[in-house]
Structures are given as C-alpha cells and as structure tokens.
Design a protein around this ligand. Structure first.
Ligand SMILES: Nc1ncnc2c1ncn2[C@@H]1O[C@H](COP(=O)(O)OP(=O)(O)O)[C@@H](O)[C@H]1O
Ligand SMILES: [Mg+2]
Length: 227
C-alpha cells in the first residue's frame, strides 16, 4: 500500500453491494483512491454511478462491503462508533445533497451547530467572513423554511466550513445554485484551500466545476475510469 506524509485519506479496494432479497446490486467495484493534504478533488459521474455512496464511505458515514479507508493511516474499521464520530466531528465538514438544515432552529444556530455538537469554540471573525462572502448575512435570524433552496445550500456550506475542517466532503454543493452563486462557492473553496490547506472532495456532475484541481475522478457504474 502507498504510504507518504502528504496522503491524508486513502481508500483501498472499496466495494459496496446492496442486498434485497435474492438480488444483489454492486454499486462500487474495487475503488482505489488517494487524496493528498491540501488538494481539491472532484468526483464526477452520471446519476446512479455511485458518487454519493463513495463519498459517504470516504467520510465514514457508511460502511464498505469490502476494502478499507484510512485517515492519516488510521483504518476506519479499527475505530468504534464513538471514535469515528469524534474523528468526523474534529476533522470533517459535510455539505449534503439535501442540505439537512435543522428545521426548528434559525439560520445562525444551524451554522453554529458543529461548534455546539463537538464542544469546539468557533472563530467569530471567521464566521462573519463566511456569512458575508456567502451572501447570507441578512438571513441569519430567519428559519430554514423561509429560505430558497439555493440560500439553504449556502447556509449548509457555511456550517460545513465553520470549524475549519481538514477535509470538506461536498455532495453536489452547487447543484441548486445559479451560475453567480456557483462561482462564489467555488471561489470560496479555492480561497479556503489556499489559506487553510483544506482538502476538498466534491461530488459533481459538472466536469469543469473547478479548473486546475488536483484530481478529477470519473466514476461509471461504480468503477473508476482511467483515461
Ligand atoms: N440504500 C440503498 N439500497 C439499495 N440501493 C441503493 C441504496 N443507495 C443507493 N443505491 C443504488 O446505488 C446506485 C448508486 O447510487 P448513488 O451512490 O446515490 O449514485 P449517484 O450519487 O452517483 O447518483 C444507484 O443505482 C442506487 O439506486
Ligand atoms: Mg448522489
């Protein structure tokens, strides 16, 4: 197996199958990937190709049927649920396809959630920077249902970034955004990548979402396509 100081996350021969009755669907087939510290990585493929499944396994939110994932050399399978939750809480940020804002608390409380849940102080100046750059300053007293899909997505992005995670896992983060907001978000990702060496693993079906990124991974029917 490959070992190097700048390898942050690695997956080794990941397969995933879903069983339902007698039929088995193989969603991922022997996927090997390496993600370097401070890199921007796109996972690109058609709907149903296994992108979300792969992202959830890399983020430790779902388990592979076979194969291993390692964060800084530590194998996910060697950790219990609470160790895994701690690793995620301290190091990972998530932007989900369906935002997952908490409905009964306001926008500011939603953004600050990772700080409350993990008992980690947040940087107040940086919070102000995030809401300003994402254009959601005027929304922070509102409730999630009062926001459009695109606004909720920008809130979810602020929440994912709040604790300056080592890795941001983002599932189609710009899927509901117009081209202007898409540009704001991709430029923010690039800025945070430069400033904090944040590693990004971004699922997208826009092949050219970010120019000049470290790695573009193409998935087709659960397999990596090497060109
Ligand atoms: N919980 C599940 N049970 C059974 N099949 C699933 C489940 N989740 C995803 N799949 C199937 O796995 C395939 C890949 O899904 P997904 O990872 O969501 O792809 P993508 O994000 O690229 O659209 C699809 O065929 C989907 O129907
Ligand atoms: Mg998906």
């Amino acid at each position: 197996m490959m070992r190097s100081d700048d390898v942050l996350l690695l997956c080794d021969a990941i397969s995933k199958a879903y069983e339902s009755g007698k039929t088995q669907t193989r969603v991922l087939k022997q996927v090997n990937l390496v993600f370097k510290t401070g890199s921007i990585n796109l996972i690109y493929g058609k709907s149903g190709s296994g992108k979300t499944t792969l992202l959830n396994i890399l983020a430790g939110l779902d388990k592979a049927s076979q194969g291993n994932v390692y964060y800084l050399g530590k194998r996910y399978g060697s950790m219990n649920d609470s160790e895994m939750a701690k690793l995620r809480g301290e190091n990972f940020g998530f932007v989900f396809q369906a935002y997952h804002l908490i409905p009964r608390i306001n926008i500011k409380e939603n953004i600050l959630c990772p700080s409350y849940i993990n008992g980690i102080q947040y940087d107040k100046e940086y919070y102000q920077f995030l809401i300003k750059i994402l254009g959601i300053e005027k929304l922070i007293r509102k409730m999630p249902y009062e926001l459009s899909g695109g606004e909720q997505q920008r809130v979810a992005i602020a929440r994912a970034m709040l604790l300056k995670p080592k890795i941001v896992f983002a599932d189609e983060p710009t899927g509901n955004l117009d081209s202007k907001s898409t540009k704001v978000v991709t430029e923010l990702f690039q800025k945070l990548n430069e400033k904090y060496k944040t590693t990004f693993i971004i699922v997208t079906h826009e092949e050219n979402l970010i120019e000049g990124c470290e790695q573009v991974i193409r998935l087709r029917d659960g397999e990596i396509i090497i060109e």
